[in-house]
Design a protein around this ligand. Structure first.
Ligand SMILES: NC(=O)c1ccc[n+]([C@@H]2O[C@H](COP(=O)([O-])OP(=O)(O)OC[C@H]3O[C@@H](n4cnc5c(N)ncnc54)[C@H](O)[C@@H]3O)[C@@H](O)[C@H]2O)c1
Length: 235
């Protein structure tokens, strides 16, 4: 028997490295998973998390197809590495829009259904939301915002039985990390402090396992927390 038997999960950014691992993990544990991304993953839906009508439509389609929603995993996200002087207003807004506003919009659209199911939200924050990284002002600000959004919703929805948590991974082996280009002239000495004493990159499946725990009844009294997955880098 799986922890998510009979439950329905919606995952944003499910075409990406962590999102697909989260969707696979929840499905392996019995959930009916609605995978969403900018381009619909196989059998899934298009959902641009920055577009409120797209978000509303994705939640409505999930409820039409499956009649309920128990788990929302807000995984969609982007990052742009820039020296602070070079961040354009468009880049700043885009990172905040996808990472922070997108998490807010999809959560807001899902809350009525989650109240009915006494469900759970798991947000994809980052260690960058807790411990600043250079050349990542917009990304750090967005993920710090995701953490406070998580905590605020957790308090507000606790009496309704809806739990809201976040995971904060360090470097995970996905395209996001592979395409991460530091600005020219970046001071490498500023970048060493986040290195993991475990000396290895995190696998997407390891993040997915943490998301599944927080979304499951095993975490029935866990809400408003940030689960750091960084191999003791911030210990
Ligand atoms: N990879 C890492 O090192 C790492 C570490 C900490 C946190 N994270 C976070 O994990 C999440 C997933 O990252 P990943 O490593 O799987 O990256 P990824 O690039 O493989 O996947 C990100 C997905 O988000 C989707 N996306 C982008 N903009 C979107 C939008 N407007 N609407 C809907 N979907 C959109 C992309 O299409 C992509 O499929 C992100 O929130 C990221 O900030 C990643």
């Amino acid at each position: 028997m799986g922890r998510f038997d009979g439950r329905v999960a919606l995952v944003s950014g499910a075409g990406g490295g962590i999102g697909s691992a989260v969707a696979d993990r929840l499905a392996d544990e019995g959930a009916t998973v609605v995978r969403t991304d900018l381009e619909a993953p196989a059998g899934g839906l298009v959902c641009d998390v920055t577009d409120s009508s797209s978000v509303t439509a994705a939640v409505a389609e999930t409820l039409d197809r499956h009649g309920r929603l128990d788990v929302l995993a807000n995984v969609a996200g982007i990052g742009i590495a820039r020296c602070i002087e070079d961040v354009t207003l468009e880049e700043w807004k885009r990172v905040l829009d996808v990472n922070l506003t997108g998490t807010f919009l999809l959560s807001q659209a899902a809350v009525p259904a989650l109240r009915s199911s006494r469900g759970a939200i798991v947000n994809m924050a980052s260690v960058a939301g807790l411990r600043a990284a250079p050349y990542n002002a917009a990304y750090c600000a967005s993920k710090g915002g995701v953490i406070m959004l998580t905590k605020s919703m957790a308090i507000e929805l606790a009496s309704a039985g809806v739990r809201v948590n976040a995971v904060c991974p360090a470097s995970v082996d996905t395209d996001f990390l592979r395409n991460f280009a530091l600005p020219e002239g970046a001071d490498m000495a500023l970048l060493t402090r986040g290195r993991s004493p475990m000396g290895r990159i995190i696998e997407p499946g390891e993040v997915a396992a943490a998301v599944a725990y927080l979304a499951s009844d095993d975490a029935a009294t866990v809400s408003g927390t940030t689960l750091v997955i960084d191999g003791a880098a911030s210990a």
